[in-house]
Design a protein around this ligand. Structure first.
Ligand SMILES: CCC1=C(C)/C(=C/C2=NC(=C\c3[nH]c(/C=C4\NC(=O)[C@H](C)[C@H]4CC)c(C)c3CCC(=O)O)/C(CCC(=O)O)=C2C)NC1=O
Length: 169
C-alpha cells in the first residue's frame, strides 16, 4: 500500500534519480493540502454512519426498484450488505484521502470487485451512483464546516467511480 510520498520515492528510486524540481513540486502540493486532507477525513469519520444512512435512503428513493422483490438490495440481508458496501467505500475513501494516493483503493477495494459483483448480480450503475451521492453529502458537510477541499476530496470518490464504471464496459 502506497501513499503520495512513497509512490514518488519508489518512482525515483527505480531509475536511481535524485528528487528533481518536478518531484519537489508534487511534494509541496501534497504537504500543502495535508491539513485539508486530515480535516476532510476527520469530518468523514465523525459522520460516517449518518452519511451512509442518508446516502442509502437517497439512492433507494431515486431507484426504488433496487429494494423491490426483483431488486438486488431486496431482503434485509441484502439491504444490509448494500449499506455495508457503501460504508467500505466511504472508509477507504477516507484512507485514500489521507494517503493522497489511490493505491489503497486498488489494493483493498477494487481488486476482483467487478467479478464478485457480476457473479452476485450486484448492479454497478446504482453502486456508482451511491458513491456519487456520498461524495456530494461529504462535500456539503465540508462546506458547512468551512473547509474548501473539493478537488482533494473528489479524488478518491471519482477514482472509484471511474474504475468501477470503466471496468464494467
Ligand atoms: C473492503 C472491500 C470489499 C468490498 C467492496 C466488498 C463488497 C462485496 N459486496 C458483496 C455483496 C453485496 N453487495 C451488495 C450491494 C448492493 N446491491 C445493490 O442493489 C446496491 C446497488 C448495492 C449497494 C449500493 C449486495 C446487495 C450484496 C449481497 C448480494 C448477495 O449476497 O446476493 C460481496 C459478497 C460477499 C458478501 O456478501 O459479503 C462483497 C465481497 N467486500 C469487501 O471486502
Amino acid at each position: 500500500m502506497r501513499d503520495a510520498v512513497t509512490s514518488l520515492i519508489k518512482n525515483y528510486d527505480n531509475t536511481g534519480r535524485y528528487l528533481d524540481r518536478n518531484a519537489m513540486d508534487r511534494l509541496k502540493d501534497y504537504f500543502a493540502s495535508g491539513m485539508v486532507r486530515v480535516q476532510a477525513a476527520s469530518v468523514i469519520t465523525s459522520n460516517a454512519a449518518a452519511i451512509v444512512k442518508q446516502a442509502g435512503l437517497r439512492l433507494f428513493e431515486e431507484q426504488p426498484e433496487l429494494i423491490r422483490p426483483s431488486g438486488n438490495a431486496y431482503t434485509t440481508r441484502r439491504y444490509a450488505a448494500c449499506l455495508r458496501d457503501m460504508d467500505y467505500y466511504l472508509r477507504y475513501a477516507s484512507y485514500a484521502l489521507v494517503a493522497g494516493d489511490t493505491d489503497v483503493l486498488d489494493e483493498r477495494v477494487l481488486e476482483g470487485l467487478r467479478e464478485t459483483y457480476n457473479s452476485l448480480g450486484v448492479p454497478i450503475g446504482p453502486t456508482v451512483q451511491g458513491i456519487q451521492i456520498m461524495k456530494e453529502i461529504v462535500q456539503a458537510q465540508l462546506e458547512e464546516a468551512g473547509i474548501s477541499a473539493t478537488t482533494v476530496l473528489d479524488q478518491p470518490f471519482d477514482y472509484m467511480i471511474r474504475e468501477l464504471s470503466e471496468k464494467n464496459i
